[in-house]
Design a protein. Structure first.
Length: 339
């Protein structure tokens, strides 16, 4: 095994999970990036796996790889930048374990981050939200499950994956102040308070789907051949798409395409409108930086419209000020630069 693949192995199996304590999903993302890099070298540069070593890499090769991601794999600027950051971390590690690779680390810093287009935050109006939540047929057990999933996702402003990874034990609905325990990105835990209405939905769901309480069972599951399995993100996307199409026929404010993350955005916007500070909202959403949370401040056109109307109202009430230079020919001449 050459130095490159030995470094890759140590990076993925030792450095990231044991020294940096990165989550399984984060390590998986780094592994995917390195696999894509090797695929690029083999398919585009016609190199064999056994010939790949640190000597192959330079700024031009990395730029070609990033362009290949965008053109051949249709990656967005965001995905391109994510892969670049992963490679920078890898080559930085390579420079730490072997000073001979520091030059490659410095080369990587010369590769620019691509400017990303502005993000558009998609969220639901209150009428659209109610129309969506009323679509599941709660006479059926699957309808109870799907509605509770959407209610819980909205109330906790959780990511879809965070809810899918929840266990029955992660819900504490018998406490004086009911809460849900979530495990966010990077394995960061957080506790989110639950509304009383959400607790009512939860109790009905538990009575229907978890008659025998086992704390380690997945909260949301599907049953295949009598065996319970963790519910997948595809299942959530499918039923939300179906409910969204049905809700749009009732409420035209429902977007043409409804997806799970809109519920998280919707809750964040509603919290912001209710006056929650961005710092607290960032903690609730599990954001590592308040800068990430600022997208909700930029996205809330309703608050901007209300502020503009308030300003217009005040302006219409106030008397139009009389210019101080009116009837003062001397001042007009001075302000014009003629004197």
């Amino acid at each position: 095994m050459n130095d490159f693949f030995k470094t890759v192995r140590d990076f993925l199996l030792e450095y990231l999970p044991k020294q940096r304590c990165y989550s399984v999903n984060t390590v998986k993302s780094y592994r995917t990036t390195l696999n894509l890099l090797i695929e690029f070298l083999c398919s585009v540069k016609h190199s064999s796996v056994s010939k790949i070593d640190f000597a192959v890499f330079n700024r031009e090769i990395i730029l070609d790889f990033l362009n290949w991601l965008e053109t051949s794999r249709n990656c967005t600027a965001s995905s391109r930048n994510q892969r670049l950051m992963a490679l920078r971390t890898f080559f930085e590690y390579a420079g730490i374990v072997d000073c001979a690779q520091v030059s490659i680390q410095l080369e990587m810093k010369k590769v620019p981050i691509k400017t990303e287009p502005g993000r558009i935050v998609e969220f639901l109006t209150e009428d659209a939200l109610m129309a969506l939540l009323n679509q599941p047929d709660i006479r059926k057990s699957v309808g109870i499950r799907n509605r509770f999933f959407m209610v819980l996702m909205y109330d906790t402003a959780a990511r879809c994956g965070e809810l899918l990874n929840m266990r029955v034990k992660d819900l504490n609905i018998t406490a004086k102040y009911p809460v849900a325990h979530l495990l966010g990105k990077g394995g960061k835990p957080r506790v989110v308070a639950l509304l009383n209405k959400t607790v009512e939905h939860c109790k009905r769901y538990i009575q229907t789907h978890h008659t025998q309480l086992y704390g380690e069972d997945y909260l949301f599951y599907t049953t295949i051949h009598g065996v319970r399995n963790q519910m997948s993100a595809d299942t959530v996307a499918t039923f939300m798409k179906r409910y969204g199409e049905a809700a749009q026929k009732i409420c035209p404010e429902v977007p043409s395409k409804v997806h799970p993350h809109q519920l998280r955005h919707t809750r964040a916007i509603h919290y912001y409108r209710d006056g929650m500070p961005l710092s607290l909202l960032a903690e609730l959403l599990g954001h590592a930086s308040v800068e990430t949370t600022k997208i909700y401040a930029y996205a809330d056109s309703e608050m901007k419209r209300a502020a503009m109307e308030k300003a217009d109202t005040k302006r219409s009430i106030a008397a139009v000020p009389i210019p101080i230079w009116q009837n003062d020919n001397e001042m007009i001449m001075r302000l014009s630069g003629l004197k």
